[in-house]
Structure formats: C-alpha cells, structure tokens
Design a protein around this ligand. Structure first.
Ligand code: IMP
Length: 198
C-alpha cells in the first residue's frame, strides 16, 4: 500500500518510512507523485491540522494520504510555540534561528519542562480516516547540543537519557519520540483497518 505524505519535510518522511516499511506500507512525498499542495494550517490543534493536510492531499492525489502535525509546547511559555512551531518568529527564520529564539525567550526561566506532540492523520480515498497521537515529555536545554535530526532537536533534552533529540541515533529517537509513539499507535490502528478492508 502506498501513502502520500502531506509534507515537503524529508526528515519526517525518513522517520515515517523507517517505521511503516516494516508493515508493508510505502510512504512517498507529494513531490514524488507530482504534487505540491499548499494547505493553510488553520486548525487550532495538531489533530485538526493533520486532518486538514491529509484530506487535501488525498483529494489532490486520489491516493491514501498521511500527515503529521507536530510541535513543541513549552510550559514556561504557556504552551508556545505549539501549533506555531514551524512558523515561530516568522517565515524568514530557519530551524537554527527558531531554536535560538526559543532559547532567548526562555532566558531566566526556571521551569524548563516541555513536551513534543505528534498527531498523525490518514485519509483514504473512500473517506475513511485514522488518527493517532504521541507525546514525549522533556525539557528545553540551556544551549544546543548534537547535530542529528531537525527542527528543535538540538534544544529538546530528555532527562532520562541525558541527551537531546539531536544526540540520538534515528533508531534511538524513534523509540522515544512523539512521532515514534504516534506511529506505533497508528500502526496498530492501520493493521486493524486493513484486516477489515484489505
Ligand atoms: P509541521 O510541519 O506544521 O507539523 O511543523 C512542525 C514543526 O515542529 C517543524 O517545523 C519543527 O520545527 C517542529 N518539529 C516537529 N517534529 C519535530 C522533531 O521531531 N524534532 C524537532 N522539531 C520538530
């Protein structure tokens, strides 16, 4: 079965492919099927935005579509950047500038707890949908560490592992991450769904 990932983010693709391949599911980017669907993320929750993206790409491609909407919610910032994680500080910032802005906004904050959330939505051409969510608690580091991953990985610290996401191998990250957890839930739901519809 082939899913079109409603994203241009190759890092998300790699993380999703490596987990879903074991279940005979192939994930391709929109570009691989000649699409570049611009979806306005107008939802107020990760789940709403994931569903908006998956539905738009299913409608444009006629293929099953999967989307991940994710972000980091920082307690000292009342949950920011949250659903605005990709747009934090404005469109001209890159990943490094965004996490530097986050560190700047956290200067002096004594509570550094945060969590990453990933909501996965999948829409089939017949209109059926599947949803899954994963959450990973952690803290915001005082300085970036590590050069793996993407986005806020260098500043998202896992106290139990004493490492940031960016210091983990892809396998280690998948085992604990918000996206890894969401995909684990998704896999179970997909298997059940395919049993009934396969
Ligand atoms: P989305 O594409 O609208 O879901 O944006 C999610 C944003 O959250 C990304 O641009 C990253 O900045 C951030 N993000 C999501 N997942 C991760 C992750 O696994 N590591 C680091 N940053 C992430």
């Amino acid at each position: 079965m082939k899913f079109v990932l409603a994203s241009q983010n190759k890092h998300k693709l790699v993380e999703m492919q490596s987990i879903l391949a074991a279940h005979g599911v192939e994930v391709v980017l929109e570009a691989d099927v000649g699409l570049n669907v611009d979806v306005e993320e107008t939802g107020e929750t990760f789940a709403e935005n994931a569903m908006l993206k998956a539905r738009a790409v299913m409608e444009a491609s006629g293929l099953p579509a999967i989307a991940d909407d994710s972000g980091v919610c920082v307690d000292a910032l009342n949950g920011a950047p949250g659903v605005y994680s990709a747009r934090y500080g404005g469109p001209e910032l890159d990943d490094a500038a965004r996490y530097r802005l986050l560190l700047e906004n956290m200067r002096g904050a004594r509570t550094r707890t945060a969590h990453f959330t990933s909501c996965i939505a999948c829409v089939f051409p017949n209109g059926d949908t599947l949803e899954a969510e994963g959450v990973c608690p952690g803290t915001i580091a005082f300085a970036p560490q590590g050069d793996g991953g993407f986005g806020y990985d260098p500043v998202f610290f896992l106290p139990e592992l004493r490492k940031t996401y960016a210091q983990l191998t892809p396998e280690e990250k998948a085992a604990v991450s918000h996206r890894g957890k969401a995909l684990a839930v998704f896999e179970v739901k997909l298997r059940e769904y395919l049993k009934g519809n396969g």
